[in-house]
Design a protein around this ligand. Structure first.
Ligand code: SF4
Length: 402
């Protein structure tokens, strides 16, 4: 496999083993004349020990190590910056091989630490309340770039399984209170179901005991509603499911989440129920994400409409007050409006926590991730020129020129 590097010299593209599931790694090893059991050894080195150098894999033969060094690599995205918020939230800007950047965010909470992982460089959908959508779209992330976000976060907390120190007397983990990735949500930049195979591989690694061993309840895929792919998901994954709903009727949802015009709410809920009912664990519920936007979707009649819509859906509803960003005209509702909306849901028997905004001092809050997207769609350019012409028009009006 040959490729051109940025300075135009030709170099060998190596197989990145970081994102290979056990079966893909086994196939790769067999294809180079090696035994299949080597896959387990290599996975433990990568995901339990955090090793990215084949020379350190001391239980592999010297010949195999040299072979891997010549043709393979373990390469996570490159960290461009790491920022820590006052509330403990940590955000990474990560450069991927195309030169663009994506973002990943770690949110510590009592008893758990959630990593929000990106699936695409930008997003081809254009939800009106989402900063990522305004950046346009470049490409899907590879499985290595997806699981690489987990690998880097675990590394930053020195949290690899092999590094955990256990107290010999009582079997407890020493330093168990240091930050730890206990949950992953596919809720960063991009629509995960539009990068189906790589996201499924990434999530399978998150849940594989040879990698991060997270329970299926702790790995969540969040979708805006790509119904055909959601119908396929049940055949290959049993992760938890979150739906970006944001409105209780099609007219409003189509304005906020344009993919709703293709796959309206009824189709999306039917598909979500098929998915959740197909899981072996019948106690799981769908998480409904509802971003509350001032005077757009936060009125009491809409809260009652939401109650009626979700009456027979096993779910919990996360209420997320809108987080403003530069290219958006929306506002965050007052606390009183948020509480009033929540009260209607609670009185109807729904669990509906208000998600406290985390990491907004480092632009890491929900809906604020932007990365650095070499946009193929020219969407950002269009937004900026619209904004400029609106501003020019306002200046003309203020100056009495129109
Ligand atoms: S909310 Fe999700 S699907 Fe919608 S534009 Fe943002 S990243 Fe894409």
């Amino acid at each position: 496999m040959m490729t051109k590097s940025v300075n135009n010299s030709t170099e060998i593209a190596r197989h990145n083993l970081l994102g290979m599931t056990q079966s893909r790694l086994t196939d790769f090893l067999l294809s180079i004349g090696e035994k299949s059991f080597r896959a387990k050894q290599i996975m433990k080195w990568i995901h339990h020990c955090g090793v990215d150098d084949f020379a350190l894999m001391t239980d592999l033969s010297k010949a195999l190590r040299e072979k891997l060094m010549a043709m393979a690599e373990i390469r996570p995205p490159e960290i461009v910056s790491q920022q820590d918020s006052n509330d403990g939230t940590r955000k990474w800007v990560l450069r991927v091989t195309s030169g663009s950047c994506v973002e990943a965010v770690y949110i510590p909470e009592k008893g758990r630490g959630t990593l929000c992982v990106s699936s695409q460089v930008g997003c081809s959908l254009d939800c009106s309340f989402c900063s990522t959508g305004k950046q346009g779209f470049q490409r899907d992330l590879t499985a290595s770039e997806i699981i690489g976000q987990v690998w880097l976060a675990v590394k930053s907390f020195d949290g690899f399984k092999a590094h955990q120190k256990v107290d010999k007397k009582n079997g407890q983990i020493i330093n168990a209170d240091k930050p730890k990735v206990t949950n992953v949500v596919m809720m960063g930049m991009g629509e995960p179901l539009l990068n189906f195979d790589n996201v499924v591989d990434g999530m399978n690694l998150m849940m594989d005991d040879l990698a991060y061993g997270l329970s299926k309840r702790r790995v969540t895929l969040s979708t805006s509603g790509v119904v055909p792919m959601l119908d396929k998901l049940g055949a290959v994954s049993d992760c938890s499911l979150a739906i970006s709903l944001h409105a209780p009727n099609d007219e409003l949802r189509s304005q906020l989440v344009p993919i709703n015009k293709k796959y309206p709410i009824a189709m999306l809920l039917e598909s979500s129920l098929r998915y959740i009912n197909g899981l072996s664990d019948n106690k799981r519920v769908i998480t409904i994400e509802y971003t509350l936007i001032d005077k757009v979707n936060d009125t009491l009649p809409l809260a009652h409409e939401l109650v009626a819509l979700l009456r027979d859906v096993p779910c919990k509803i996360n209420l997320i007050p809108f987080n403003p960003f530069p290219l958006s005209d929306y506002q965050r509702p007052s606390n009183n409006r948020v509480k009033a909306f929540q009260r209607v849901l609670n009185e109807a028997g729904f669990i509906a926590p208000v998600r406290t905004t985390r990491g907004d001092d480092i632009d890491a809050a929900c809906g604020q991730l932007v990365g650095q997207v070499a946009d193929r769609t020219k969407r950002k350019q269009r937004y900026l020129s619209n904004q400029n012409s609106n501003e020019e028009q306002s200046v003309r009006i203020v100056n009495g020129l129109q």
